[in-house]
Unconditional design. Structure first.
Length: 186
């Protein structure tokens, strides 16, 4: 009997990016690029800080790959088409209530519209490949760049709360968009 892989993780391509399913071999790039205050201050407090040696490998091995195998998490490395050998960030989707998408991008590639491009690709995958009815994204209220990505994609704030981030306890918001809204606006 043939088993169908309903939640296979495809390579996604945008105008400037290639989003490749995260692999264990990506851990060296992540270990080098991720532990910068500009990246981690608005990341969930569950991320160890200071970021210890081997943490990227452990995350991929113990969180990303098992969730990808179960079909409850979808993780991609973000790479420029012009240099697909090296990742510049990570984006993911997960079946967690009120926390369906997360991402980070190295500081030198921020403010170029790349994360908006990557977010649009995975959001479209969430709705139109996985068939999910709603996408919810939590973020620190002070994370203005991330808030702009949500605003431009048609999301809206549905709740505010306090949450713990690497940078401390902060006011946070949950942003939402439905499948119908996404498909109408894109």
């Amino acid at each position: 009997m043939k088993t169908e892989k309903k939640h296979a993780i495809p390579v996604l391509k945008t105008h400037r990016l290639i989003l490749q399913p995260l692999e264990l071999s990506d851990s060296a790039d992540i270990q080098r690029l991720f532990p910068h205050w500009e990246i981690v201050k608005y990341i969930t407090h569950q991320v160890p800080w200071p970021y210890p040696e081997g943490a990227a490998r452990q995350f991929i091995q113990e969180v990303a790959l098992p969730n990808m195998a179960k079909g409850s998490g979808w993780y991609w490395s973000i790479r420029l088409k012009a240099d697909a050998r090296h990742l510049i960030g990570v984006i993911n989707l997960c079946d967690t209530p009120n926390a369906n998408r997360g991402f980070w991008l190295t500081p030198e590639w921020q403010h170029h519209g790349l994360m908006s491009e990557a977010s649009a690709a995975v959001t479209d995958f969430w709705f139109n490949q996985l068939g999910k009815p709603v996408l919810r994204v939590p973020k620190a209220k002070g994370n203005l760049a991330s808030r702009r990505i949500s605003e431009r994609s048609g999301m809206r704030v549905i709740a505010t709360q306090w949450a713990d981030f690497v940078g401390g306890r902060m006011e946070s918001e949950i942003w939402e968009i439905t499948k119908d809204e996404w498909n109408r606006n894109k």
